[in-house]
Design a protein around this ligand. Sequence first.
Ligand code: DP6
Length: 362
Amino acid sequence: MNTYIRNYSKNELIEDTGRISWTSPSNIALIKYWGKYGHQLPCNTSISFTLNESKTTMDFSWSSKDTPSDEIVLDFYFENKKNQLFEDKIRAFLEKNRELFPMLKFLNLEIESTNSFPHSAGIASSASSMSALALGLCSIENQAFDLDICEADLIQKATYVARLASGSASRSVFPEVASWGENTLTSIKSSDELAAPVEGVHEVFRTYRDSIVIVDGGEKAVSSRAGHALMEAHPYRELRFKRANELVETLYNILKSGDTKSFCDLVETEALELHGLMMNSSPSFILMRPNTLAVIEKIREFRKESGLDLCFTLDAGPNVHILYPQSIEEEVQKFLSSEIKPLAQNGLIIHDRVGQGPERFL
Ligand code: DP6
C-alpha cells in the first residue's frame, strides 16, 4: 500500500458539508493496454495523449453522517437524472476498495456527472469518468479532513485509485502525454500501480489534433473488460507484451525527436495490432465496422497524395481517431469534410486535441 493512503478519524473532520467539482478528460492510447494481471495491473506499458474536449465533469457534495457506519451512502446522477446502474457500480467499487477512503464511514456523498460528448458517440467514457471520480474523492478527503496532502501526492493517489476503477483512467490525470506500466526505460517513470507524465516530448506532438470519426456509436459487442480477459490464454500473449514494451521505447524516441512520419507508421501498426489481437482471440471478435476500414483507406490515400503526416489510431471499438499536428489542420479539415464525413454515422466527427489534463473548479 502506498504511503499517501492515509488513516484518519471523525475527530479530524473540519468541514461537515462541502462541494467540489472536477473536470477530467478522456485519453487516446498510442501504445495500448490490452491484458491485465492481479488487481488491475497492466501486462505491458501504455502511452497516451490526454485529450481536451472529450471530458467528464463531476460535481461532488458531502455531508457528515449522523452516526459513523460501514454503509456507503451515495447518490449518483448522470446527465441530471438519478442513475441507479452507475450508482451501483461506483458503490461496488468503493466497497471493494474501502480501505483507500476511511472517510466513507463518516460522510454521505452525492455525485452529479455529465459528459461533454454525446451519448450516441460511443466514446469510452470510463477514462474521463473514473479519473474525475478518483480526483473528487481524493480532494474531498483532503479538504474535509484537512489532511494537507500536497497537489503531487493527491494526483498520485488519484492515478492509483483511477487505475483500480478503469486501467486507462490512470493516465487521464496527467497533461499531454502519459504512460502507465513498468518499463526498463529510466525516462518512463510510471509503474504498474501508478501512471506518470511522459516528459521531454517534442513541441510538435503537444500541438496534436485528434479528430474522432464516429463510425458506430452503438454498444460494443465485446467490452474492454472481456477483451482484456481473452489475453490470458491468447496464443500471442508473451510476444505481444514483449513487443508492446519495445514499441514504447521506439515511440518514446519518436516523441522526443519530433519525427511525425515515424509516428504515423508506429501508431498505425500498433492500432491494427490491437485489432489483430482481437481477431486472434478465442473466441475471436471484430470491433471494426466496414466504414472503419473505409476511413483507414481514405487516410492512407490522402497521406500518399498530399505527403501530409496524418495517421489513425483505434481504441477498442469501431471509431477512428485521426491524429495530426496543428500545422496541417486546415488541409486535414478540408479532407475530413469532403472525404470522411460521409463515412461517419450521422456525419459525426468530434474535434479534439492534446490537452492539459484535469481541472478543479470548486
Ligand atoms: C483499448 O481501461 O477500458 O482503450 O481496466 O477493464 O476498465 P479496464 O479497461 P480499459 O481498457 C482500455 C483499452 C484500450 C487501450 C488503452 O486505453 O490503453
